[in-house]
Design a binder for this molecule. Structure first.
Ligand code: ATP
Ligand code: MG
Length: 840
């Protein structure tokens, strides 16, 4: 066992032999009912319901290799990539799991056997950590684990670590237990040399390779522990870390699967890998991020400004930034992603299946970022023309134009200008605070007062008054308006954006969020100089509202189209309607085929171009049912409901804002389709202006690709010509040409025999080539000679004897292959005399 591929397979079959059921990796996107992390971070996570006893496990012994991404959220290793030798963002986690079956002894036995006998690690280099105990939990050190380890390790190599390191719990309460980690000692030369150095030290001499979790307690609200009726084992070993120690490398980035990525970069970048710490870091970050980006896109994630899409965007942009340090101009990462596919595509077929999408999305994001950078650099020049760069400038470049602060710093340094990092950080913090308040559903409602009338279905611009006001501090306040055009978040549609303004005083406040309070609403603003009783103009900019409406109506059309194409089992499972895009989750057991996806997209566009009127009306719920309006399962509706009807097409209960007819949706383009846990899929799409921009971009890319292809063809032609120049003619006397060429075979060799026959006006061509220790022959005979009795197959077979091989083909074109390059000259002679004899 040596390669990553052997390790992956070796691990699974080892545990299979030990009675475990092999399961393939679950999606990196957690199931919809697990909002605890943005991505799957460990092998046990997709099996949580089994561990928590909520469901009967498939078997009491299970083994997996699980894809994981540790970025965004609590488990965030993104910023450590390139900084340490042992952290990746995307990783594969090898795991074995026991549900009420074997416990500590069994887990330790298996780990020891696998590491020493299969990975063939020197036992002297292995250490184990165990839980040292914790007074608050009322637990002493894990003696059972110590005794168990003592069967393999001397007591000095079993070390106790505190609760923070070696006690696992999924949440504040519930199943939990001590863990035991296995460390690999990479040797004194890799250590910090401090007397306290040992497992857990951050110098990376002792590398944590495998974590064994012993789930044995239930933690109650009051902090007391009771033993679980069923004890479980959850283990996780990073495949890359295991490969690193097995292959004797100093970092995860030097293992077999990473090497081709570094080599690809090495061919294009300057300076070389290893020439400086900075260069090494850049190579590593780029290689890592090519992997993470590939796997995220393969899971249906598209770059965006929030959640998983934001992680993807950051990863791509970070790689581009590091690329610039190596003189790489974007787009380049999308090509490196193809090297990732070559390495991992056989283990993860999704990389093959979504190959085109990976290239396209990564490339588009790289280009978008390049444009951002170019624009940022221009703006930067304008700013520095005044001789200084203030933190506000840096913040504006960053916040409004997406220009990274790091680059502002770098460019400033090049010109000998000072930047005030502290002040910039403060501005960033303020911004974060503002968006934190605005995001999500947890804006605390503090304002009370009379009901605010929502008039946003008809109007986006109203003159009204502030009915109630509550100061929230820091320039934010909450208000109720007499009449409000602002749509409060609900029914999948996000809160409107906009502002209120006192036209006399000019005082103005930006809407952070409109919160729904049954049939009332509370509005949170940022701004000064407004108070209860003030007359204000309240505005939702049409540039925000219109695309939101287009997306909402498109969501209804998509819902119906999915049911038409896939079947009536499709149910809406969630949606998010925003100004920039829409997201629609629905129940369906498998991925859409490319044909289904296309039909859905076409159906929606057909309804758009048929221009169906859209109208909304209030009606008793019974009547809505009678009309066959689609309702959300499990949702509570009142007696009177609002129905949104797309005439001649669909009816759906909905409180959202909609366009007046489907043509206003404009083009509808699906961005991605992917899984969101078992039995549910997610489609993301754009409409109207966003869709047009995307189509435009795609067309431009297609045009560029076409130009590139023309270039490649031209080059191939030139190279073909050069290759022909490598032909060494052996015998050109008469009308039979005998020639040897360098290292080509197959169709290229056959094509070349045609070219030579025409160029030399020959009636027969005998072509030979040696490639990688094998000999290849082609016999190409003019039809006139075939008629005269020459059979290319017979000639090839006779010649093949001299090269210790065999041949076949058609009377005018035959091939032979053999394993004796030394016999080529003889083979040519035999071939020539065979032709001479046959033509008489
Ligand atoms: P570390 O302290 O080194 O960050 P961890 O405590 O976060 O590790 P666990 O959460 O216990 O690690 O994960 C189990 C195993 O997964 C680890 O023993 C290691 O082999 C691997 N692993 C964890 N994080 C990473 C990462 N960022 N990159 C590669 N492998 C990892
Ligand atoms: Mg960690």
């Amino acid at each position: 066992m040596r390669t990553s591929t052997e390790l992956r397979e070796g691990f699974l079959s080892f545990f299979e032999e030990k009675g475990h059921v092999r399961r393939s990796s679950a999606s990196i996107i957690p199931p919809a009912d697990d909002p605890t992390t943005l991505f799957i971070v460990a092998g046990m996570q997709p099996m949580k319901r089994w561990f928590l006893g909520l469901e009967q496990p498939q078997s009491n012994r299970v083994t997996t290799v699980q894809k994981a991404v540790r970025a965004g959220g609590k488990q965030n290793d993104l910023d450590d990539v390139g900084l340490t030798n042992r952290h990746l963002c995307f990783l594969e986690m090898l795991g074995n799991f026991s549900f009420g079956d074997y416990f500590k002894d069994g887990a330790i036995d298996y780990a020891w056997e696998f590491m020493t006998e299969h990975m063939r690690l020197e036992p002297e280099r292995l250490w184990a950590s165990v839980f040292a105990g914790d007074p608050e939990l009322g637990l002493g050190e894990d003696e059972v684990a110590i005794t168990s380890w003592e069967r393999y390790l001397p007591r000095e190599r079993i070390v106790g670590l505190p609760r923070s390191e070696n006690f696992w719990q999924a949440a504040d309460t519930g199943p939990c237990g001590p863990c035991s980690e296995i460390y690999y000692d990479r040797g004194e030369e890799d250590g910090c040399g401090r007397p306290t150095c040992g497992p857990g030290c951050d110098c990376e001499r002792y590398l944590e390779v495998w974590n064994l979790v012993f789930m044995e307690f239930d933690l109650a609200d009051d902090g007391t522990l009771t033993p679980l009726p069923q004890q479980n084992i959850d283990t996780g070993m990073g495949l890359e870390r295991a490969a690193m120690v097995m292959q004797g490398e100093d970092s995860l980035f030097d293992i077999d699967t990473f090497r081709p990525l570094l080599a690809w970069l090495g061919d294009r970048a300057e300076p070389a890998y290893g020439s400086s710490a900075d260069a090494t870091k850049a190579y590593r970050v780029i290689a890592e991020h090519a992997r993470t980006a590939s796997f995220l896109v393969a899971e249906g994630v598209a770059p965006s400004n929030e959640g998983r899409g934001y992680v993807l965007r950051r990863v791509i942009r970070r790689a581009v930034q590091f690329g610039r340090r190596l003189g790489l101009e974007p787009p380049f990462l999308f090509e490196l992603a193809d090297v990732v596919r070559e390495q991992m595509g056989s283990a993860y077929p999704e990389l093959e299946e979504r190959r085109g999408e990976i290239a396209q999305l990564v490339r588009a994001e790289e280009k978008r970022f390049r444009e951002t950078l170019e624009r940022g650099e221009r703006l930067f020049e304008e700013v520095v023309a005044k001789g200084e760069i203030t933190p506000e400038d840096g913040f504006r470049l960053h916040d409004t134009y997406g220009f990274p602060w790091e680059l502002t710093k770098e460019l400033a340094a090049e010109r000998g200008l000072e930047v005030n990092e502290e002040e910039f950080t403060r501005l960033m913090e303020e911004q974060r605070e503002r968006s934190r308040q605005g995001a999500g559903f947890d804006v605390e409602v503090r304002v009370t007062g009379p009901r605010s009338e929502f008039v946003g279905y008809e109007r986006t611009d109203v003159l009204t008054a502030i009915l109630a006001y509550a100061d929230l501090g820091d320039g934010t306040f909450q208000a109720k308006l007499e009449q409000s055009p602002f749509y409060p978040e609900g029914g999948g549609q996000v809160s409107d954006a906009g502002y209120i303004e006192n036209e006399e005083t000019g005082a103005r406040a930006e809407l952070i969020k409109a919160t729904r309070l049954e049939d009332d609403q509370a509005l949170t603003f940022q701004g000064e100089g407004l108070a209860e009783g003030a007359r204000v103009r309240a505005v939702v900019p049409w540039s925000v509202r219109f695309p939101t409406m287009a997306n909402h109506t498109a969501t209804h059309v998509l819902h119906k189209a999915l049911r038409d194409v896939l079947g009536e089992h499709v149910r809406q499972a969630g949606s998010a309607v925003r100004p920039d895009k829409l997201r629609f989750d629905f129940t369906h057991p498998q991925a859409l085929t490319p044909e289904e996806r296309e039909r859905v997209e076409q159906d929606v566009n057909r309804i758009v171009f048929e221009n169906h009127p859209v109208r909304a009306f209030i009606t008793p719920i019974e009547e809505a049912r009678h009309l066959g309006a689609m309702m959300l399962f499990g949702e509570k509706y009142g007696e009177e409901v609002r129905v949104v009807e797309i005439e001649g097409y669909s009816r759906e209960l909905c409180g959202g804002t909609h366009v007046r007819s489907t043509a206003e949706i404009g083009p509808f383009v699906i961005l991605s389709e992917g899984s969101v846990g078992s039995g549910a899929r997610r489609i993301e799409a754009v409409t109207a202006g966003e869709a047009f921009a995307l189509l435009h971009e795609r067309a431009r890319e297609a045009e560029e690709l076409r130009a590139e292809l023309v270039e490649i063809r031209k080059q191939a032609k030139r190279e073909g010509g050069e290759r022909a120049a490598d032909v060494v003619y052996r015998d050109e006397s008469g009308d039979v040409v005998v020639a040897e060429v360098k290292a080509i075979k197959g169709s290229a060799l056959r094509d070349l025999s045609d070219q030579i026959r025409q160029a030399k006006n020959a009636r027969a061509v005998l072509l030979g080539s040696v490639d990688d220790g094998r000999v290849y022959l082609v016999v190409n005979v003019d039809p006139s000679l075939v008629e005269a009795g020459v059979d290319a197959v017979a000639v090839a077979r006779a010649a093949a004897e001299k090269i210790e091989g065999g041949g076949g083909g058609r009377p005018n074109l035959a091939e032979a292959g053999g394993k004796n390059p030394a016999g080529l000259a003889d083979a040519f002679e035999v071939g020539k005399s065979e032709i001479a004899a046959a033509r008489g």
